[in-house]
Design a protein around this ligand. Structure first.
Ligand code: 5GP
Ligand code: ZN
Length: 110
């Protein structure tokens, strides 16, 4: 499949990895919007939140169960998790991903 994040998950496109296990990978965003900006993605392809179902949501639970460890590794205690679903929400890569943003006052959500 021609998917950028599937290629990153497979190691076909290099990334600056923070954490990896059999189900997910976390790597630094190429265009950081905060001093700490990491993307957490499932290794399996889901286009976005719209693809999450009762049958595949265990990977989402696993991502959230692992985010505290990733944050600890990054040395941040306060952070924001964002996921954009659909073009109007700002989604540019059609593979489910969670932005972990930290390292500055993040302000209100817009
Ligand atoms: P979205 O806009 O879909 O919510 O988030 C996609 C994110 O992927 C953006 O923040 C963008 O900077 C990041 N991104 C796009 N291409 C690459 C890439 O090749 N490598 C990395 N590490 N991040 C990327
Ligand atoms: Zn993908």
């Amino acid at each position: 499949m021609d998917c950028l994040f599937c290629k990153i998950a497979a190691g076909d496109i290099p990334s600056k990895k923070v954490y990896e296990d059999d189900k997910l990978i976390a790597f630094y965003d190429i265009e950081p919007k905060a001093p700490v900006h990491v993307l957490v993605i499932p290794k399996t392809h889901l286009a976005g939140v719209r693809d999450v179902t009762a049958d595949n949501s265990t990977v989402v639970a696993h991502i959230f169960a692992t985010i505290p460890q990733i944050a600890e590794k990054l040395g941040v205690s306060d952070y924001r998790i964002v996921t954009n679903n659909g073009a109007d929400a700002g989604q540019t890569v059609q593979h489910l991903h969670f932005h972990l943003l930290a390292g500055r006052m993040l302000g209100e959500m817009g």
